[in-house]
Design a protein around this ligand. Structure first.
Ligand SMILES: [Zn+2]
Length: 147
């Protein structure tokens, strides 16, 4: 008997809603994990600590506050990200959260100003891209904190 979900399983352009559902906490609420043995934080979630190899990790919700440690302005239209060509250029940054982990994210609502390394940011929930069934996918982006 043929697999009735052949197209969904073998087409990489069709997203798995199940995978999104599994990562729901991490995608929308910035939930990672903390090793109860060595106290290191990880994002996204892990099942085992890569530092002390223990499996005693607990979920932790990060504050969303962090610092830009690297930033790049993206001026090339993204083919795979539908719906954002009119918003170029985009500021893509590596943000180190106050709790330790680093995240790649977009800096939004800063006008034509390019944020600088060392600026403080906090996380917000925004549209990420349009999925294959024309619904919007949401996720974490970052907003500059005015000093
Ligand atoms: Zn550990």
């Amino acid at each position: 008997m043929a697999n009735q979900y052949y197209d969904q399983v073998n087409n990489p352009m069709i997203e798995s809603s199940l995978a999104v559902w599994r990562n729901y906490d991490g995608l929308y609420r910035l939930v990672g994990s903390r090793c109860t043995t060595c106290q290191h934080n990880f994002y996204p979630k892990r099942d085992a600590c890569p530092l002390c190899h223990q499996i005693t990790l607990e979920s932790v919700r990060f504050s969303g506050n962090g610092t830009i440690i690297n930033i790049e302005q993206d001026k090339i239209p993204q083919i795979t990200v539908v719906g954002f060509r009119n918003l170029l250029p985009r500021n893509i940054a590596i943000i180190q959260l106050d709790e330790g982990p680093s995240i790649i994210g977009e800096i939004v609502d800063c006008g034509h100003r390019i944020p600088k390394v060392g600026e403080r940011v906090h996380s917000v929930l925004r549209r990420l891209s349009k999925s294959s069934n024309q619904t919007w996918k949401y996720g974490i982006k970052f907003l500059c904190i005015e000093a």
